[in-house]
Design a protein around this ligand. Structure first.
Ligand code: CTP
Ligand code: CA
Length: 229
């Protein structure tokens, strides 16, 4: 094969990737959000498509252009992301949750803009928990042998927290990033370790998100169910 042309080792597969960060509306002009750029999820989607997969990319608020040859589904909130993931995962060989999902959403949505009061006070915003999509799809696989991958950004005790999270989520692989001042969120490069449910650990040196994407697919590949004829 020519240099730069990927081996089509994901041909015949349907791969679902979520990317970006959910936004939870407070009122018509405000939301609770996070700093996810979506770049890692897009790199995963592009790499899977280049390796021959049919790819559904579920995108939350990235503003990034649609990658060629990828089906893009646009959503905004965590609840919408859950709906889209459950739908796309129905016939998926692998699901990768690279999106940063808001853990909480405002308990109530104000249909009109929240205004300041004259007494100088500030409103209290009550939050409720969002569904844990990764835990749900891991516990209740749409197909036997479907591979489920999560991402985790940790600031302290990165490996110990990652191991606990892998267990709690019940996924097959967890890509653990160490986040700090300039690491990961919005950055072009990434350093990570991929933890597997079978106990193996694959360190991924600091490098482009495209390289991490290829490593993820290299680790997903041997875990995929046999291709049905
Ligand atoms: N995730 C999800 N649904 C949520 C929260 C997170 O599917 N409501 C997924 C993310 O897409 C990611 C993984 O779970 O793949 C880990 O996200 P993270 O925020 O690190 O995990 P949490 O369980 O929310 O733990 P924490 O309290 O550390 O935020
Ligand atoms: Ca979280």
């Amino acid at each position: 094969l020519a240099r730069g042309v990927a081996t089509p080792d994901l041909a015949g597969r349907h791969i679902v990737v979520s990317a970006g960060g959910t936004r939870e509306p407070l009122d018509p002009v405000r939301y609770l959000g996070n700093r996810s750029s979506g770049k890692q999820g897009y790199a995963l989607a592009k790499a899977a498509a280049a390796r021959g997969a049919r790819v559904t990319l579920i995108e939350a608020n990235t503003g990034l252009p649609d990658p060629a040859g990828v089906d893009v589904v646009r959503i905004g909130t965590a609840v919408q992301l859950r709906e889209a993931v459950l739908k796309a995962a129905g016939d998926a060989d692998a699901v990768v949750m690279a999106a940063a999902v808001a853990d909480f959403r405002p308990a109530e949505y104000a249909t009109g803009k929240i205004k300041k009061s004259d007494d100088g006070g500030a409103p209290t915003i009550t939050l409720v928990r969002n569904p844990d999509i990764l835990a749900e799809i891991s516990a209740d696989r749409a197909l036997p042998g479907q591979v489920v991958v999560g991402f985790a950004a940790e600031t302290d005790d990165v490996l110990a927290n990652g191991r606990k999270k892998l267990q709690r989520k019940g996924c097959d692989l967890l890509v653990v990033n160490e986040v700090g001042e300039r690491k990961t969120f919005g950055a072009e490069e990434n350093e990570a370790v991929v933890l597997a449910a079978d106990g193996t650990e694959t360190p991924v040196p600091y490098g482009p998100k495209e390289a991490l994407a290829e490593t993820v697919w290299d680790l997903v590949l041997p875990r995929l169910r046999p291709l049905s004829g």
